[in-house]
Design a protein around this ligand. Sequence first.
Ligand code: B3K
Ligand code: ZN
Length: 863
Amino acid sequence: DRTVRLEEYTPFPWIVGDVSLTFRLHPTATRVLSRITFANDPAAPSGPFFLHGEKLNLIEARIDGVPVSPDITAEGLTCDVPDTPFVFEAEVEIDPSGNTALDGLYMSGGMYCTQCEAEGFRKITFYPDRPDVMAPFNVRIEGPEDKPLPVMLSNGNPGAQEGNSAEWHDPWPKPSYLFALVAGDLVAKSGTFTTASGMPVALNVYVRPGDEDRCDYALDALIRSMRWDEREYGREYDLSVFSIVAVDDFNMGAMENKGLNIFNSKYVLASPDTATDVDFEMIEGIVAHEYFHNWTGNRVTCRDWFQLCLKEGLTVFRDQQFSGDMRSEPVKRIDDVLALRARQFREDNGPLAHPVRPESYIEINNFYTATVYEKGAEVIGMLRRLVGAEAYRAALDLYFERHDGQACTIEDWLAVFEDATGRDLSQFKLWYSQAGTPRVEVSEDWDEEAGRLALTFRQHTPPTPGQPDKAPLVIPVALGLLDAAGHEIMATEVVELTEAEQTVEIGLGTGGADLEAKASRVPGRPVPSILRGFSAPVILQRQTSAEERAFLLAHDTDPFNKWEAGRALARDVLVRMVTDGAEPGQQYLSALQMVAKDDTLDPAFRALALSLPSQDDLAQAIHDGGATPDPTAIWAALRRLAEEIGGTLEPVLSELYDEMRVPGPYTPDAQSAGSRALRGAALAYLSRVDGGSRAAAQFAEAGNMTERLGALGALLRIGKGEEELAAFRRRWEGDRLVMDKWFALQAASASPAEAHDVAQRLTGDPAFDWTNPNRFRSVIGALAGNPAAFHEPEGRIYRLVTDWLIRLDPLNPQTAARLTTSFETWKRFDADRQGMIRENLERLSAVEGLSRDTSEMVGRILA
Ligand code: B3K
Ligand code: ZN
């Protein structure tokens, strides 16, 4: 049993003094020489001397200069050591070019690079590879003799750089998961930054020659992030250099290695011609996220991997705040909630549900989840809402002051808030240990005579794997009140739910109620706006009429709830279309038209208001309503509604399409991106009724990737665009990131009837380099993420996805395991589909030698 448990944590019995590493680089036989000082930790219980190490060929080991013969297993090394401080030295040989798992030291396009979080360092050398062991590192890199490498980087500040070698010194004690090394034929786009206390920092974005003209935006985002962290959190950078390196083969988005962030090239490289508005926004957010880890993650790190949300939830929250400041805060909030519902609510409602701080795992890489990251960020947001912005900042100051240089726990984090605010957070702490999305049911009682509105809240969290019973949570509910004419009569107030059932009374100038509206009397019942700004990650259950939703869509002063009202209207309409064959209905269409036309509203907001719930949202909604969702019927209803919107709103949409054209050269700023988003939404609907004429013209004239790809997508969704696809390919064949879009767009827009052919064609394409994670995700991930295609009635895509997972798993377990989550909602569907999925999952789970990563995931999904 390889299960690791939180309750079994024990500290490492030694203190690591410092670490010196020498790398003699060679594509298939790199030598790593280590020299590590160890001294007994008097505060830790004693235990055997065990160093992690996997797939290492030990050449020699020495203790205090004397050769030793340690016991070596597949997981590491044990050996007898003196009671007094000692020096451990080892020389190992590793094979970077054979490392297809992209974990440890590996090669990507001829360049050496590393990925160590969570447990990759043990594939580089023998070491206590755990986050609570922190030490300063000295690194020397020697290039291959026959082929000197122009750039050789590691963490920290540069030391001697001569001939074919480079030395780096990182003075900040760090855990091994933050180690990084990069060497290759790279070029830098450089800049400088001067910290608030006057320290100059050299900034570099390293890319392959030829990509230098696509780095400006990432560099600019980095500078803005550094400034923002100084201003908002008082956090300054702490080394003389900060580098970002773009790598083509990467399992996730990016990695916050100390002073040397390594990125998936998808999240660095951008030019107007090759990247969309969404790409620019992602780059900004991810650059910020990784930079912010320098304090929340690196200077203060995690004691063990159960505490992952300590750095991830907090850093996501910080990058969300940053993006909200750089762009539109309400639009960013809506985007974040959309992502939370799409990924985290989905996870929380299925077999993979786990707490923000999990209590056990088999493979830690399987726990870099939406729950740890995005729900983890929501928990921080609630905490800030409960204590207020000022107390939040004071608590963060205390956190950095108290814990700089330490490996911490959620208990440490909460203690800082308790000490800074005097608040008892014991009930709040349940957010970290209780899985599942709470349902909050609200009922209203309006007493006309007394002028009082009583809102009764009932919270309950459904059972999740291993957690049958749930306790009530602390839920901050932001509330406002509108009068019947649509004026706000009570500005946002936050009430704290702590009980399973709780009533809040709002008085209209009557006194003595829990909350008071500012109007003394209103003719008729006031309308509450509940859970403003999505003040807690819960599912609000409220019986409301379509009239009231339309009223809130028209009048709510809270942009999130305004959008939410429209979204709920659309969802109700679509659910009725799917389950009762109802028609779209005029009410929704006129409400939508009103929002689309309202030019007092931000175009980016209007674009979001025009977007429809996803296929997956609808499947979940239908399932929650006690019915079995039919993916093909959902797909058809969405298409039908889009046609209806295109037809009914044609005059308004066509006006918007012309009006939202952004003149002049492309800039990625939020305002122009918002106009393009609204114009793109209009185009998608209009294409349903104009035969694609506008989209074809836009494709032909487009001066940037956002408009080109938007037009192509609109054409594909109406079954056209064949010539455009071919033209796109001819133009971008040599560009890997753009070709990923070419693949992904086709996979993501395939209809149920086309799915099989599209899948065959894309997977048979000579450009389908499936060993590259980006390309694999662009095809297999995009097919599995398109419910209409994934659930095509004959089950052929289930089979195809499974076949590819079986093929990928032995090469790259992390990416394979990640994609098994495509199946996590399988229990929602009909018996036929469930049967077909089960067959495939069982086939996958029976594969001999299946990775620990994938077998843990399949096991949990099937359980
Ligand atoms: N900390 C890394 C994620 C590492 C994933 C390991 N499987 C990126 C991030 O969250 O910033
Ligand atoms: Zn992170």
